[in-house]
Design a protein around this ligand. Structure first.
Ligand SMILES: NC(=O)c1ccc[n+]([C@@H]2O[C@H](COP(=O)([O-])OP(=O)(O)OC[C@H]3O[C@@H](n4cnc5c(N)ncnc54)[C@H](O)[C@@H]3O)[C@@H](O)[C@H]2O)c1
Length: 240
């Protein structure tokens, strides 16, 4: 894809199922990848690998500063770090609700806020946040997750509008069901038939590489007019 070669891209949640696929794809596109996660990514191909809790301001500042120092700047951010709690909402604790919102919504805020000044200075930058089909539609027994992803989408649209004329393109990737540790965890707690899988008209879940391909597109110059999009890569789930 155009314009990715040599770009310095920081990926949060880089050790996760989708995060690792994004790391692989961006490396294949010639990017220099800066990986952060609660669990360090062991991959000697990346230019930086650090431990970071995206809900903790000091932790984000420290890890992002180390990453920046390693390569001299950050051209792009992919904020995939996220968690879910799958249970009936009347059984959800306040701590669980808060934590789900903190990792996705607060974590996306802290990560984007940390990279924006450098991008403003450069007059260029690419940001991809992570929503979900749950950002635009109901997600029974995943209410905290849907609340968090809705917040990420509206936050992303807002910064896209705020900074779009200054060379920074923010977009929100909204995957459908994707085969990762998170999906396996949701499936493990599912009671009865798997209606979620059935509601994907394409008839299957995504492979993480299929989400990573769309992330690479959003970061590339090929997507130069794509701004503030909720990019549904969901096998038709949200249109059905
Ligand atoms: N798998 C799906 O079906 C699916 C569908 C739609 C959206 N998503 C979203 O895609 C993103 C990636 O999901 P995944 O399926 O790869 O999940 P995953 O559980 O495989 O990976 C998530 C990663 O985030 C990291 N993480 C969790 N809390 C963190 C924190 N506080 N600070 C830093 N890192 C933290 C974890 O260590 C893990 O490596 C998430 O935002 C998820 O909500 C996933």
């Amino acid at each position: 894809m155009n314009g990715l070669d040599g770009k310095r891209i920081l990926v949060t949640g880089a050790t996760g199922g989708i995060g690792r696929a994004i790391v692989d794809r961006l490396l294949a596109e010639g990017c220099r990848v800066l990986a952060v996660d609660m669990v360090r990514l062991e991959d000697e191909r990346v230019s930086f690998s650090g431990v970071c809790d995206v809900t903790d301001e000091a932790s984000v500042d420290r890890a992002f500063s180390e990453a920046e120092a390693a390569v001299g700047g950050i051209d792009g951010l992919v904020a995939t770090a996220g968690i879910q709690v799958s249970k009936p909402t009347h059984e959800l604790s306040l701590e669980e609700f808060r934590r789900v919102l903190e990792v996705s919504a607060v974590g996306t805020f802290l990560a984007t806020r940390r990279v924006l000044p450098g991008m403003l200075e450069a007059g260029a930058g690419g940001i991809v946040t992570f929503g979900s089909t749950a950002a635009v539609g109901a997600a029974p027994e995943l209410a905290s997750y849907a609340a968090a992803k809705g917040a990420v989408l509206q936050y992303t649209r807002s910064i896209a509008a705020e900074y779009g004329s200054r060379g920074i393109r923010a977009n929100c990737m909204c995957p459908g069901g994707t085969m990762t540790p998170m999906m396996r965890e949701i499936d493990a707690h599912r009671v009865g038939r798997d209606h979620f899988l059935e509601r994907h008209p394409i008839g299957r879940y995504a492979e993480p590489a299929e989400i990573a391909a769309a992330v690479a597109y959003l970061l590339s110059d090929d997507a130069s007019f794509v701004l503030g999009a909720a990019m549904m890569v969901d096998g038709g789930y949200s249109m059905a």
